[in-house]
Design a protein around this ligand. Structure first.
Ligand code: CO
Length: 159
């Protein structure tokens, strides 16, 4: 059974730290594989479109993105190409509950990463998926969307 992980919320120094690269040896470990499953479960239960490891208290370069095909496990991601065009779009974050704001992001990116088997992958998401990749990779560099957002508003959707 997967367990629900506690989500770290703003302000907490863990969210501001640059996260560490993950070795192949760690990727292959049982502990890491369990963490991947628990994070995916947590993201889905909390209705997140993405979740980065610092958000559950671990400063390692792992993020999970909820794609149409299911959870994508992104390890040591690097954006190797960014489109010239950018677009504004509304973002929120499980670590900054009930806060939303518009952030300008590249419309399309190319990202290389390792999947949870340690295999190298390359993906070129655009639109919303490109936005989620950039938001999650920012988490790994200690950057929150509220540092880049305009028109920040507070809205309690559960109220
Ligand atoms: Co976030």
């Amino acid at each position: 059974m997967q367990k629900l992980l506690k989500i770290i919320t703003y302000p907490n120094d863990i969210l501001k730290k640059k996260s560490q690269k993950i070795s192949q040896e760690i990727i292959k470990s049982k502990e890491f594989q369990i963490l991947c499953d628990d994070m995916a479960e947590t993201m889905i239960k909390k209705d997140g479109i993405g979740l980065a490891a610092p958000q559950i208290g671990k400063n390692i370069r792992l993020a999970i993105i909820n794609s149409k095909e299911g959870p994508l496990y992104i390890i040591n991601p690097q954006i190797i190409k960014r489109s010239w065009s950018k677009e504004w779009g509304e973002e929120g974050c499980l670590s900054v509950p009930n806060v939303f704001g518009k952030v300008k992001r590249n419309s399309k990116i190319t990202c290389v990463y390792a999947d949870r088997n340690g295999e190298e992958k390359k993906i070129s998401p655009k639109g919303l998926m490109a936005r989620v990749f950039q938001h999650e990779i920012d988490h790994l560099d200690g950057i929150l969307f509220i540092e880049k957002a305009k028109n920040i508003k507070t809205q309690n959707l559960r109220a």
